[in-house]
Design a protein around this ligand. Structure first.
Ligand code: NAP
Length: 281
């Protein structure tokens, strides 16, 4: 059996083409006003700077704009809260992205939660998470929401399936589990204190790797015919799952790179456009 490739790169390109039309229509309706995503980068971490640049570029590819706010590494929580407050109050800004992680002296949770719900297009606030978990309107956390859009596009059946999510971070594992639950999967969430992880992964119809360790989830833990979603991305150009031996015995998998990553950025842009349509349309 040759597995289906859940091609996030191609799908993101396809969605970008769709969004170009929506952005043009919105601009025409709003007297030329452009949807704007504000990106906040604190410090000079090269990987974070690259992610922020990629997000700005993705905005421009679909005809939207980004407003890049760059703050020094010694920024305090109070200073960051003040900038977020200004962006919340700025009617030209439709979405706010605070690039994670921020330097250690900053209370990241407090700063995330200061983002106004209608501008929380990266789905990082407690309020947004709670509403999403209760099936109320809110923007989803971009990575798990991107995974859900990918699974939906490829019509991967979720209802009644056993999904095992390895990782429970606030931006990935936890919201992923809630989204799969909302899609009527039966969900197991695993973490660093989970006992006998291989045995749990072996039960999975759908495995989501969100651990942050290169090829930590071994191919021989995964059963034939499973759907494999790998959120990890490491400098070694691999993810959190040992994908190599799986490609001819699972039903479908996300490649690394070109699977989850492009869908994360695409979802951020997609949700910013939705926020702009609400504000301007
Ligand atoms: P994180 O905050 O470091 O969380 C990692 C999770 O893995 C934690 O919940 C941790 O458990 C769990 N874990 C660690 N060691 C484990 C073990 N031995 N057994 C089972 N679980 C273990 O990472 P994250 O931000 O969620 O990111 C996870 C991965 O996704 C990373 O590779 C990251 O690069 C990638 N990522 C990709 C994108 C994208 O756009 N493609 C976006 C975000 C993240 P505890 O809670 O018990 O510590």
């Amino acid at each position: 059996m040759s597995a289906q490739i859940l091609d996030g790169k191609a799908l993101a390109q396809h969605f970008e083409e769709e969004m170009q039309g929506r952005v043009e229509a919105l601009k025409a309706k709003a007297g030329g006003r452009t949807p704007i995503l504000a990106t906040i980068l604190v410090g000079a971490d090269p990987a974070s700077a690259t992610y922020v640049r990629m997000k700005g570029n993705a905005c421009r590819r679909v005809g939207m704009d980004s407003l890049a706010v760059e703050l020094p590494a010694d920024t305090t929580t109070g200073q960051l809260l003040a900038r977020i407050g200004e962006l919340n109050d700025n009617p030209d800004v439709h979405g706010i992205l605070l690039q994670h992680p921020v330097p250690a002296q900053i209370d990241e949770r407090r700063c995330f939660d200061a983002i106004r719900l209608d501008k929380d297009v990266d789905g990082v606030t407690c309020l947004g998470f709670g509403r999403m978990a209760m099936d109320e309107a809110a923007y989803g956390s971009a990575t798990p929401k991107g995974i859900m859009r990918l699974l939906e596009h490829y019509q991967v059946p979720l209802e009644g399936k056993h999904a095992v999510v390895v990782g429970r971070s606030a931006i990935l594992g936890k919201p992923m589990a809630m989204m799969l639950l909302a899609a009527n999967a039966t969900v197991t969430i695993c973490h660093s204190r989970t006992r006998d992880l291989p045995a749990l992964v072996r039960q999975a119809n759908i495995v989501v790797g969100a651990v942050g360790r290169p090829e930590f989830i071994k191919a021989d833990w995964i059963k034939d015919g499973a759907v494999v979603v790998d959120a990890g991305f490491h400098p070694e150009k691999c993810g959190d799952i040992e994908l190599g031996p799986l490609t001819d015995r699972v039903a479908a998998y996300t490649p690394v790179p070109g699977g989850v990553g492009p869908m994360t950025i695409n979802t951020l842009i997609f949700q910013t456009l939705a926020a702009a349509e609400k504000a301007l349309g």
